[in-house]
Design a binder for this molecule. Structure first.
Ligand code: GSH
Length: 205
């Protein structure tokens, strides 16, 4: 079994995506909480040496660094044959959702959440309206992607569900509303036995 060490923080939806995947797959791992609000130079030396942008998530697999949440999810799925990585169809589905998430819903939700945290400071005029407009399209597309299935990967969640969960868990904080598809999916995600709060995924030391 590999040695897995995940660096993250509860305020990072990107880190939560990976924490959730590890939890759903039951992969034993250690987490290290990195204070993403503290100056970069104060972060742990091993983290700084292995995360090129000093960003979470960083997943060390047997001492080798893995960064970028989507790439990490794909690595986990393919390496361990989990969460869609069990077969070619599941992996294709995972890749498609990850690309969509990164370009669309996973772009606007973190920005909308941040805009509220900083009360709009530094956001140019019109930016929030544009992000909200994109979110309206994204939530309609989410419903199309989900269809009648309980999860984006079908009967059980996969890496695509983990990716979307990262920031869809914070719709209130982003100041946007779900549609029926998102409401149902969020409830099912929250009910998963492996689901934890961001704080529980990355407890304070
Ligand atoms: N594209 C990256 C985004 C990672 C990212 O933006 N991480 C943020 C937290 S959500 C971070 O570490 N910020 C701290 C900093 O930049 O100093 C991914 O998918 O992993």
């Amino acid at each position: 079994m590999s040695t897995l060490v995940l660096y993250g923080h509860p305020d990072s939806g990107h880190a939560c995506k990976v924490a959730l995947a590890l939890a759903l797959a039951g992969l034993p791992h250690r987490t290290v909480r990195v204070d993403i609000w503290a100056p970069r130079e104060t972060r742990p030396a091993e983290f700084l040496a292995n995360s090129p942008f000093a960003e979470v998530p960083l997943l060390m697999i047997d001492g080798a660094p893995h960064v970028q949440s989507g790439a990490i999810l794909l690595e986990l799925a393919t390496r361990y044959g989990i969460l869609g990585g069990e077969n070619a169809d599941g992996l294709r589905r995972g890749r498609e959702i990850l690309m969509w998430e990164a370009n669309r819903i996973g772009m606007c939700l973190p920005q909308l959440k941040e805009e509220r945290r900083v009360k709009g400071q530094g956001f140019p005029p019109g930016a929030t309206d544009w992000l909200r407009m994109r979110y309206e399209t994204d939530k309609a597309r989410f419903a199309l992607l989900l269809g009648d299935a309980p999860f984006l990967h079908g009967a059980a969640p996969g890496i695509g569900d983990c990716a979307v969960w990262g920031y869809a868990q914070w719709l209130d904080e982003a100041g946007v509303s779900p549609n029926a598809a998102l409401t149902g999916w969020i409830a099912r995600m929250r009910a998963l036995p492996a689901m934890r709060s961001p704080e529980a995924f990355f407890p304070a030391p």
